[in-house]
Design a protein. Sequence first.
Lengths: 308, 387
Amino acid sequence: MVVGDFSARDLARRLRRDGVTLHIGPFSVNLRSALPDVISGAHLLYRDYRVSESPFADFHVSVETPAGLRRWLKPQVFFSLDGNRPFKPLPRPQALATLEWGLNWCISAHCHQYLILHAAVAEKNGLAVMFPARPGAGKSTLTAGLVSRGWRLFSDELALLSLDEPGILTPVPRPINLKNESIAVIREFAPQSTMGPVVADTNKGTVAHMRAPVNSIERSSEPARPGFIVFPRFVGGSPTILDPESKARSFMTMAQQSFNFHVLADTAFDALHRTVSSCNCHELTYSNLDEAVYVLDELVADREVAAG
Amino acid sequence: MSNLIASVVAEPGCVSRFRLAEWDLLIRQARHSNLLARVHTHLQNHGQMTLVPEEAARHLNWASTLASRHADLVRLEIEEIHRALAPLGGPVVLLKGAAYLAAGLPAGRGRVFTDIDILVRRPDLERSEKALQKQGWATTHLNRYDQKYYRKWMHELPPMKHTVRKSLVDVHHGILPPTSRLSPSAEKLFSAIVPVAGWDGLYTLSREDMVLHSACHLFHDGEFEHGLRDLVDMDALLREFAREAGYWEKLVDRALDMDLIRPLFYALTYCRSLLDTPVPEQTLQRVRDEARVPSPVLDLMDNLLRRGLSPAHHSCEDRFTGLAHWLLYVRSHYLRMPFHLLLPHLAHQAFVVPINQRMAEREKTRTPTLQQLLARRARLPDEHRDP
């Protein structure tokens, strides 16, 4: 049973009452909301996710409006983890984005069985490529481009690296968060993709979410070994250049951008050290998405030949 | 609905009867009460972790990972505080969580807390503050009202935050405000302090005073935000200390001596009734006789405390929970200072503070740059950062 099997009305009824528990990667999330845009957004973006019948859920979350005056006056919206509101409220139109950011927080603040890195991950031919974030680097755009051309989406935001040896990456495919110009770029690059509503004026500019490919969601219990670490760098008008990147710098950047390196301490150091050692590290400068996807296709194809 | 944390603390074996729905609820109650890691420790000590289904076990393990890292960091902070204050030569007494950890008590295992509480002699207070400042701790609560309120009326300095490591230290010179209805003598506390092995000049309170301080903090000073967590602490302390012959007698004698019999009465009563702490009947009887709480007060307090001590989760709330918490808050302030001081303070908290907060928020939300926003995301995952 997947979310899309519910009629819009049935889903709305369930989300308003006990909520619907979804399997999202290795986690189960019980979602509740009475807000029409969250309900229709969930129906669209979470269509292909399996519904859990278990009475246990890892996270009981809801998106809700505050009581009182703020319902009408400059209306706001809250993310709530089981009654606790970890963040300040956001303006009402950002309800769907609030849900996505809230879920990121749930995972990154709690799930310490993984080293959680701020990186997108996509897989092809059994090899996962990690795209750690440098600000404004366009990792989500690149990820959206790749998964529109047959790559499997692990995440556009959180890389879950197991701590045992050898480290593997666990998929947690979710809608891809596109910002500003990327929205139009992906619409043109992948007209077949499904995009949620566009919301302007958020903390991060204009945002929209692209639905994760159904195949990535169905295969979300299949982990993969990381083979490459690629730091994307979007530079308008630049040719596509794939440069080697130093392992030491890769390590430091990823450690700094990890969500729970400080919690796992030496365990995190060891896991990241093993991973960076076993991966080829690159920097990808690009402006043309077609070319970037082509270069990455070639990269994983070469490694396959080398491995074979 | 039922308080599953209390059931597990009172009788760990009860988890063998749990179905997934109960595990779901236990994890949620424990997360909200800041007791997940403690539940993990408790089940592990009683050999029950093998009975925990995989779904729930990993939540306990996650929390335990965080708690043990937290304990490492607290040890490092204690080291730093010791380094800052040892040259002054006066005794530095660790209180609450830091003390349980330093003394290697079971109550310290799996306990996560945000600040380190220390007690110094009143004459050492100013020098201690200066010494901590030199090592990088700076005062918080920078507005004039709060600074004055702390320094004039409280038994502690405004919390000090380390400018680099962001750790918080509360420097106390007593365990209750000087204006409080009860007045335990700080000198008496110092007369019974116990050295911490391996750290010259660092101490904890005596075993009796540790329990009394915890009782006093919860049932007199009244912070019910972590009510259940504090009660679980006391349960762990009492179970450990009760192994020493004659402990209960000494505890009651000390409570009488320190003028803290009423908080002890409430502590022992609710430890026993909610968590099944093995308080002997005659001890309870003696404390009851000595505390002499009038029965209408007892009934009212029972109604408030049962709500105040429930897990902070909606499964344990009824329509009086909010009111009960509010009344406990008012009670704690009423016990803390006389009315002519209290009313202006509460008025300040109710009217001036929200306005100031609102102004400060406005100040903050004024168009941060994209760089700032992204930097904020990459920071350590702070429980209360902006999304």
